[in-house]
Write a protein that binds this ligand. Structure first.
Ligand code: ATP
Length: 454
């Protein structure tokens, strides 16, 4: 793994379980630390003997030895290197043996990331130093939730191969950001990342935009021009809103992907192109295939591996973590002190649905910073639209218990009818209109619910 800045604390992760080692690595990288991995005791000893580390995290049982050997090795050499071991669930005796041998702490499997972070912070005596914060900011996607962790693990894996990736998720959930992250971690990183919004190109220009054209190919083609494929050669072509491609263009795209060749409009020869395709859409592409709007063969070509971006509302407390980073960014850009959130603002953020996901959060915070008085952002500054879920809760709260269901529904119905009657001065014809029911139906309901003119 490439070394980051020398100023960052270095952690050695020793684990033969590749998935766990990766999860630990990602968590530590997210904390802004520099990470080295060893997949066994022998390799770990060699690294410890030849390089400087500030912390070692080691699994207990590995094919070529025990984590305990490493603890003893470090003690025997008198190194100033704190080591913690990771023990199998329920094996307390192992943990005790490691602590006796000199380990400063242990973690039991399955590893709880919150616990891991606390352990690392206390071992390294760090709590978000400026270097750590800067490194965090550089991370491709912010968030500590399990959903986002899984995305980060998959991104790292996808970066190591060349397969087409199909990124799904709601609008503003970070699909393009994830695509850029795959590219940036891949061996294509030095080559271009070309993002194309397939929905924004007029149909008659599509072919020339994608494949380029030769001088004189059509009126206005004054010079030879490359298309997206040639521009992305050696790198990654990101096809955003791929469901918006017209069928005729889908055929041409499929051919270019299969043959790895393109021909410029007006050109004679085909040229080789080497691009990795990442596509995305917020639509349901499988359904587009069913309805005949999208070619099945292209769908299979693009959808080799799916990366699903979680919606912000599925990311738990991440909304607060991301919000905090965003206000810090805004403050840095505007050269002003960082604003804090009041408790009410935090609560409002956690309860809101965010149909527009992180993009919406960015907009909300830009506005809130501009509106807020003093140094705090309050819930009013956020100007959140009350969500459907909140509205139902508000009705329920005003009307007491929500069960038995029939009682609850009767109370809701009664409240709506009384409100309509109030509004119309008890004119039942107008109230029925307002409620969208017939006069007869309203009369029946008034009787059933025992509503009489008060
Ligand atoms: N986890 C995240 N951490 C930090 N920023 C994020 C995260 N997810 C999304 N963003 C930011 O939110 C904005 C929208 O992200 P992006 O453009 O990648 O979304 P998208 O899913 O491609 O949207 P669309 O479907 O509308 O094209 C960007 O400014 C991006 O940097």
């Amino acid at each position: 793994m490439a070394k980051k800045s020398k100023a960052l604390p270095r952690v050695l992760v020793v684990d033969d379980e590749v998935d766990l080692a990766e999860l630990l690595e990602l968590t530590l990288l997210k904390m802004g630390l520099d990470v080295e991995k060893a997949h066994g005791v022998i390799a770990a000893k060699a690294l410890i003997d030849s390089q400087h580390f500030d912390l070692c995290l080691s699994d207990m049982r590995m094919p070529d030895g025990e984590g305990l050997d490493l603890v003893r090795h470090i003690q025997a050499k008198g190194l100033d290197l704190p080591i913690a071991v990771i023990t199998a669930y329920g094996s307390t005796e192992n943990a005790v043996a490691a602590l006796k041998a000199g380990a400063f702490d242990y973690l039991a499997k399955p590893v709880a990331l919150e616990q891991l972070r606390a352990l690392v912070k206390s071992a390294l005596k760090i709590d978000a130093t400026p270097a750590v914060k800067a490194a965090r900011r550089d991370r491709p996607l912010l968030g500590d939730s399990v959903a986002l962790q899984q995305v980060l693990v998959l991104i790292e894996k996808l970066a190591r191969n060349q397969a087409p990736v199909y990124v799904t998720g709601e609008s503003g959930s970070g699909k393009e950001r994830a695509a850029r992250a795959i590219h940036a971690s891949s061996n294509r990183a030095e080559k271009p990342f070309v993002a194309v919004n397939c929905g924004a190109i007029p149909e008659n220009l599509m072919e020339s935009e994608f494949f380029g054209y030769r001088k004189g190919a059509f009126t206005g083609a004054m010079d030879d021009r490359e298309g997206f494929f040639q521009a992305a050669n050696g790198g990654t072509l990101f096809l955003d809103e791929v469901a918006d491609l017209p069928l005729a263009m889908q055929v041409k795209l499929l051919r270019a992907i299969q043959e790895r060749k393109v021909r410029q409009v007006g050109g004679v020869n085909e040229v080789d192109v080497d691009v990795r395709i990442i596509s995305a859409t917020h639509q349901n592409l499988a359904r587009c295939v069913e309805s005949g709007k999208f070619r099945q063969d292209l769908y299979y070509r693009l959808n080799v591996i799916e990366l699903k971006m979680p919606a912000l509302r599925e990311m738990g407390d991440d909304v607060l973590t991301i919000a905090q980073f965003l206000v810090e960014d805004i403050a840095a850009r505007q050269g002003m002190p960082v604003m804090k959130f009041t408790a009410a603002a935090k609560k409002a953020l956690c309860r809101y649905d965010f149909p527009g996901n992180v993009r919406e959060l960015e907009n909300i915070l830009e506005r809130a910073v501009a509106l807020a008085d003093g140094t705090e952002i309050d819930s009013d500054d956020l100007q959140l639209q009350q969500s459907q879920c909140d509205k139902a809760e508000a009705v329920a709260a005003n009307l007491g218990d929500t069960y038995p269901l029939q009682d609850y529904l009767d109370r809701v119905e009664k409240a709506a009818i009384v409100a309509a009657l109030d509004k119309t001065g008890f004119n039942r014809t107008q109230a029925a209109k307002l409620l969208g029911v017939t006069f007869r139906s309203l009369r029946y309901r008034l009787e059933r619910l025992g509503i009489v003119e008060g």
